[in-house]
Design a protein around this ligand. Structure first.
Ligand code: PLP
Length: 282
């Protein structure tokens, strides 16, 4: 496998950044994960716009323009002979002698792009059975809307889920489910409302989330952006999660309790199909 690191395409096993990279020492950087299917980037603009927003929030200047970044990502895919892939883009503030404040004289940001194979059929098989989640306290900082590489709370929550045999952790703050450790959380109420947490500073505003809202509205389904509690989720008709990696994925159990009879619901299936149709340009 080949990675792009600061201007060079190198074997992944040799791809490295400096030990004084601020991403390594302070998690001072941001990232994006984009899905590519059949060589086509899904929700490309959304992901690149969010990357710009995350960089701006941390006052990191984009190391390359959007066109160049797109070309680099395409070249990484070409060199890895990938048509269906998850592209990982990471930008950190750069290399400087360790000191918390930004370097006095700005240093060039570090840019890394890698890709790994994505299997849409496997994802479809998983979506046919659904996944389980467990709840975990949301102990993250107040700017979860920045897609920062500072992911320790997410790592710990995901590990708790893995330990419990679940796929995802739904993070709970002040009694409300904010989102998953690496996805957005949704329920469908008895009244048929599709509910997900509003895009505040408390969640990462998912690109898939946004497109799924648009798809739902195009289908004249009712989406309500409001917080919901874990108790409400347990009573829900359906639950699902969204992310670039999972598209729309039915959730069939929360904390070991079945949702919707333990089977994927019709709304999640419908939205998944609509999302795929939208992104694949079908
Ligand atoms: N929330 C968190 C914390 C995430 O890490 C992610 C993506 O990895 C998402 C939500 C979903 O965002 P997207 O749909 O843009 O992949």
């Amino acid at each position: 496998r080949i990675a792009y690191v600061n201007g060079a395409y190198v074997p992944l096993a040799e791809a490295a950044v400096n030990v004084e990279d601020r991403g390594y020492q302070f998690a001072d950087g941001v990232y994006e994960v984009c899905l590519v299917v059949g060589g086509r980037f899904w929700d490309e603009e959304g992901h690149l716009d969010r990357l710009d927003r995350s960089l701006a929030a941390l006052e990191i200047a984009p190391p390359v323009g959007r066109r160049a970044l797109r070309l680099i990502a395409s070249e990484v895919l070409r060199r890895n002979r990938l048509r269906d892939a998850l592209v990982y883009i990471q930008i950190t503030r750069g290399v400087a002698a360790r000191n918390h404040a930004f370097p006095m004289r700005p240093v060039p940001p570090s840019l890394v792009v890698t890709a790994k194979r994505f299997d849409l059929e496997k994802s479809e098989r998983l979506a046919a059975i659904g996944v389980s989640v467990v709840t975990a306290p949301d102990i993250r900082w107040g700017r979860a809307d920045i897609k920062s590489v500072s992911l320790l709370p997410n790592v710990l929550a995901k590990q708790a889920a893995a330990k419990a045999g679940a796929t995802e952790a739904w993070l709970v703050r002040d009694g409300k489910v904010t989102e998953g450790a690496s996805s957005n959380a949704w329920i469908v109420t008895e009244a048929g409302e599709i509910v997900t947490h509003p895009a505040t500073h408390e969640i990462l505003s998912g690109i898939t989330r946004r497109t799924v809202i648009d798809c739902a509205e195009a289908l004249q389904l009712k989406v309500v952006e409001r917080p919901f509690s874990a108790a409400e989720a347990l009573r829900a008709q359906e639950a699902f999660l969204t992310s670039a990696t999972n598209l729309v994925m039915p959730v069939v159990a929360i904390d070991g309790r079945k949702i919707g009879g333990g089977r994927p619901g019709p709304m999640a299936r419908r939205l998944r199909e609509a999302y795929i149709r939208h992104c694949a340009g079908r």
